[in-house]
Write a protein that binds this ligand. Structure first.
Ligand code: PLP
Length: 433
């Protein structure tokens, strides 16, 4: 394993920390949980990223999801210069926005109408306001370990047991904001049933990542998603699927297509912007008709439906729609990693579990099976940090946290995956020592 020169990155980090809190514009980028300074990027192309010191890496961060066709994808970028020359924002509607809405609505069974916003956070925040407006109720259920962005009401952890109200996980979030947020356990239908029993008639919506990708990757147990759907129906609550990661990644039509569950509202982000800042929320016509100016639930945005983002996103979505084999191939890549990692773990006798759901994959340094948040939290994060650094030294950039999915793209070629499995094998050998 080579010693990497990161002098320029280190210097930039020092400078950044003077003027940007923690030196980064989103906390996970600081690499704190893997015990090193962040790498500053010079450029990226396909599945590769180069740092400012000239080190090249095979990238499994993929901007945390958007780059499904790889970085600087010619498909995404086609005509973007011309589009920019027509003006980059108008604050007036364009045909591109209709085309984008039509493309999304056609892909997602749970959506008749969709509203574009600028991030996943905005999408979930707006979806919850809509659910509350539509039902006239105030409470919302979220699951431990699912991340829905940083709106106050969703920055909660559970108190003792599933029956307590949410406690803010961040300074600056008043208890008042999370007073109406209940926290359930993912894959625990009984717990959810209890929440409904104790708060019957007051729950506006259950919001969930149908396949969580923010506590690492966890698979829904047989019948869990259907069970949540039924409980929502029985109690007159809306089901919100946060498909900001799984949308257009697990399958073209997201997890709802894979599992055949129709949510009332769906949140999207990441892939639909093709690499530019976008989010969206959509659902049944009856519900979406309540959004202003059609209805009485207010929501707006200066840059919403931005023409550059619409064009880039649309080009990616149209490409994916035209190439259904893309998802089969992406899943093959995920399976290759799953099997290769599994074989290395067995050979080296390292205790870890590889979770894969379709195209989404990750490795937990835990005994396994890993099906609940509690099991996720038993992972050995120190070992993950050592693994991350062993991989980095071999030119493989894994997510800098145990609790993240690997983001594969169409640009990850077979030989890159082979290099990854081989590097993983060497990393496991050193971890076994
Ligand atoms: N929902 C999910 C499932 C996410 O993974 C994320 C971000 O990672 C968000 C919402 C928030 O999206 P954004 O970071 O664009 O605000």
């Amino acid at each position: 394993m080579r010693m990497m020169d990161t002098a320029r990155s280190d210097k930039l980090f020092e400078r950044a920390r003077e003027v940007i809190p923690g030196g980064v514009n989103s906390p996970v980028r600081a690499f704190a949980s893997v015990g090193r300074h962040p790498l500053f990027v010079e450029r990226a192309e396909g599945a590769r990223v180069w740092d400012v010191d000239g080190n090249a890496f095979i990238d499994y961060i993929g901007s945390w999801g958007p780059s499904i066709l790889g970085h600087a994808s010619p498909v995404a970028l086609e005509g973007i210069g011309e589009q920019a020359l027509k003006g980059t924002t108008y604050g007036l509607p364009t045909e591109l926005e209709i085309q984008m809405a039509e493309q999304i609505v056609e892909a997602f069974p749970g959506m008749d109408m969709v509203r574009m916003v600028n991030s996943g956070t905005e999408a979930t925040m707006s979806a919850i306001r809509l659910a509350r407006g539509f039902t006239g109720r105030e409470m919302v259920v979220k699951f431990e370990g699912c991340y829905h962005g940083h709106a106050d009401q969703l920055l909660v952890k559970s108190g003792s047991g599933a029956l307590t109200l949410g406690i803010p996980t961040s300074a600056g979030v008043p208890g008042e904001s999370t007073r109406n947020t209940l926290v359930g356990s993912y894959n625990d239908l009984q717990g959810l049933e209890e929440l409904f029993r104790n708060n019957g008639g007051r729950i506006a919506a259950v919001i969930m990542e149908p396949v969580p990708g923010n506590m690492g990757v966890v698979a829904p147990r047989e019948g869990f998603l259907m069970g949540v759907r039924s409980l929502c129906d029985r109690h007159g609550s809306l089901l919100i699927f946060d498909e900001v990661i799984s949308g257009f990644r697990l399958a073209y039509g997201g997890a709802q297509t894979v599992y055949g569950i129709r949510p009332d509202i769906t949140c999207l982000g990441k892939i639909i912007g093709g690499g530019l800042p976008v989010g969206a929320y959509g659902g049944r016509r009856e519900i979406m008709s309540r959004v202003a100016p059609a209805g009485d639930v207010y929501q707006a945005g200066t840059l919403s439906g931005n023409p550059l983002a619409m064009r880039m996103g649309l080009q990616v979505l149209r490409h994916l729609a035209k190439h259904p084999e893309f998802y089969r191939e992406l899943e093959e890549k995920a399976r290759f990693l799953e099997e290769g990692f599994g074989a290395n773990l067995r050979r080296c006798g390292v205790e870890a579990a590889v979770n894969r759901v379709g195209t989404m994959v990750c490795q937990f340094f835990a005994k396994g099976p890993v099906e609940t948040y509690r099991q996720v939290m038993e992972s050995d994060t120190k070992r993950y940090a050592a693994y991350f650094n062993r991989m980095l030294e071999q030119g493989i950039l894994m997510p800098p946290s145990q609790f993240e999915a690997l983001f594969l793209s169409g640009a990850h070629e077979e030989r890159m995956l082979e290099m990854t499995v081989s590097a993983h094998g060497k990393a496991m050998e050193t971890l076994a020592e």
